[in-house]
Design a protein around this ligand. Structure first.
Ligand code: NAP
Length: 539
């Protein structure tokens, strides 16, 4: 795209890309500051993750009471959550309610994908191009694309020959798909795969679960929220809306402050039992910090979880396969499940160990491994995402002197607090690499915090910069990367391959994508702002 050649259909102050949790809030905040804002959304509706991931069984692993916006008392008062852990449809309905209540749709162009955004240095503006052929010029560019939006699919050869249906979970058809009585294969047994498998197992004719790595899993306690429970939940809102922003991972609970080694073993066991009974990610996020830092502490907790899982598996020969042994508890994302392990009691559910015997290719009728072929009507790829960099990389974002964001991140994944990047003035990102996100934060908490920081920063720059341009210095960015790595490398997580490190995408530079410690991060962001955006150049 040449900036000169492009006919700009419209000038505005800010462009927001994406209409999920972050995008909707960014649109609302920036508009509230009097900016003329245009938002683009590739989908036909709002919701982001909750628009795209409509696979059977999709639901949050965060409690509804903290998986929401905090900025509006009216929204908090008017929306009535129905389940402790809402399913996809309920969360999507909530985001539609917010969009309607705040009258956001009028500024969102749906079914419109942003394809490119180029910085015009002379004009100090971004020129944003969409797949509809339109271009918009803006001062502030705010992509809110989510960390997990770009599906990752294994490159099994022969897909064109396969005569059945292949679906990635993040591209599930809106009209759904009838799986009753069908022979279905699910590739992937992490957070998504587990939800799909436990949900469809009872209706399909035969289910083949292609498992490469067994995962730890915690049984979810998910009661319906009745009126009395909802009132109790509402009574906790004033406290929660502060706690989530201070906590380690953006929840209404926090780490156990005690030193693991100073707590007697029996007391540790009692603590683990009590956390287990919560039936939530509290088992991870309220545990002792040493669990993710110290091999011995991690082994004890991993043994505890395996013991709990083993008690649920009826067929002993399956236990050895379903119990995770290749990584420690909490070093990869731990799913919550509702009857996952129990579905393997069903005679028509088959576990295929594709670590021992990897999938090699599609056939015209299914999948084949090195030693066997599987006849399948539907193949579900629960194979995850090119996280953090994937979706931003899909847009041709070029900063000063034509610098390509995608190419920069192919060399090294680096940002200043996940919010900006040197060479890309006035580009503000949410859920980008090196800010806390899905891995280590309850997303709505961190997205609201990041949007607030961005909006406050834009407000400041508008009032103080002649050209109204801001970008981080290379030194500040390098300093943040170094600090981020120091925190990451102190944990066992940095030693465990997973999407958290980008290890699931061949050739991706390895770095922990999420910053660890949402509360500390917020403090660091606030410090920068209070010091007049120290580390950033405003011109
Ligand atoms: P993921 O964690 O990246 O898991 C992908 C799965 O696909 C893994 O089991 C992986 O095996 C498997 N896989 C990939 N390539 C394969 C191949 N060639 N052969 C066999 N298996 C293969 O993706 P995800 O489950 O979609 O979850 C991603 C993240 O989304 C989660 O960590 C979470 O943050 C979020 N999420 C949240 C919720 C929720 O809140 N309830 C639900 C779903 C997802 P390996 O492990 O061996 O690589």
């Amino acid at each position: 795209m040449s900036q000169n050649a492009t006919e700009v259909a419209r000038d505005c102050d800010a462009v927001v890309i994406g209409a999920g949790f972050a995008g909707l809030y960014a649109l609302h905040r920036l508009r509230g500051m009097g900016l003329d804002v245009r938002a683009f959304e590739a989908g036909s509706g709002v919701g982001g993750t909750w628009y795209w991931n409509r696979y059977p069984g999709a639901r949050t692993d965060s409690e509804a009471e903290v998986y929401q916006y905090w900025f509006s008392d009216e929204l908090l008062a008017e929306w009535n959550w129905q389940e402790r852990f809402p399913a996809q449809a309920e969360t999507e309905r909530y985001l539609n309610f917010v969009a309607d209540r705040l009258d956001l749709r009028k500024d969102i162009a749906f079914n419109t994908r942003v394809t490119a955004a180029h910085w015009d240095e002379a004009a100090a503006r971004w020129v944003v191009q969409t797949d509809g052929g339109d271009a918009v010029r803006c001062r502030w560019l705010v992509p809110c694309l989510g960390p997990l939006s770009e599906p990752a699919e294994p490159p099994f050869p022969g897909r064109e020959a396969y005569r059945g249906t292949v679906l990635h979970t993040a591209r599930w058809p809106r009209e759904g798909i009838d799986l009753r009585g069908k022979r279905v294969g699910v590739v992937g047994t992490a957070a998504t795969g587990i939800q799909v498998i436990q949900t469809i197992a009872h209706e399909v004719g035969a289910l083949y679960v292609f498992q490469r790595t067994a995962n730890y899993t915690i049984p979810m306690r998910n009661p319906k929220v009745d009126d009395a429970a909802r009132e109790r939940m509402r009574a906790r809102y004033p406290e929660n809306r502060q706690r989530v922003f201070d906590s380690f991972i953006g929840f209404h609970f926090d780490l156990d402050p005690r030193d693991w080694d100073q707590v007697p073993k029996e007391e540790r066991r009692r603590t683990l039992e009590a956390l287990w009974d919560k039936g939530s990610l509290q088992f991870w996020g309220s545990n002792f910090i040493k669990v993710i830092m110290d091999e011995a502490a991690n082994r004890e907790v991993s043994d505890f979880v395996r013991e709990k899982m083993r008690a649920r598996i009826r067929k002993p020969e399956l236990a050895e396969k379903l119990l995770p042994t290749t990584h420690g508890f909490g070093t990869r994302r731990t799913p919550l499940d509702s009857g996952y392990l129990e579905v393997f009691d069903l005679d028509h559910v088959h576990l295929v160990d594709v670590k021992a015997d990897p999938i090699q290719a599609f056939t015209d009728t299914g999948l084949k491994t090195g030693t066997a072929a599987y006849e399948l009507d539907v193949i579900i790829l629960a194979t995850g995402f090119d996280a953090g960099t994937g979706t931003l990389g899909r847009i041709d974002i070029r900063g000063r002197d034509g610098l390509s964001l995608k190419d920069e991140w192919k060399k090294e994944i680096s940002t200043a607090m996940g919010l900006q990047k040197h060479g890309f003035p006035n580009l503000f990102m949410t859920a980008a690499p090196l800010a806390p996100s899905a891995a280590f934060c309850n997303m709505p908490t961190c997205l609201q915090q990041q949007v607030d920081w961005i909006a406050d920063c834009i407000d400041y720059v508008r009032r103080t910069g002649d050209r109204q341009v801001i970008e981080p210095t290379p030194e500040f960015e390098a300093q943040w990367v170094k600090h981020h790595d120091q925190v990451a490398n102190a944990t066992l997580i940095a030693k465990t391959p997973s999407w958290w490190l980008g290890s699931n995408v061949p050739g991706k530079p390895q770095r922990l994508l999420s910053y660890i410690g949402a509360g500390n991060y917020r403090q660091a962001c606030n410090d920068v702002a209070q010091k007049g955006y120290a580390g950033f150049v405003i011109s």
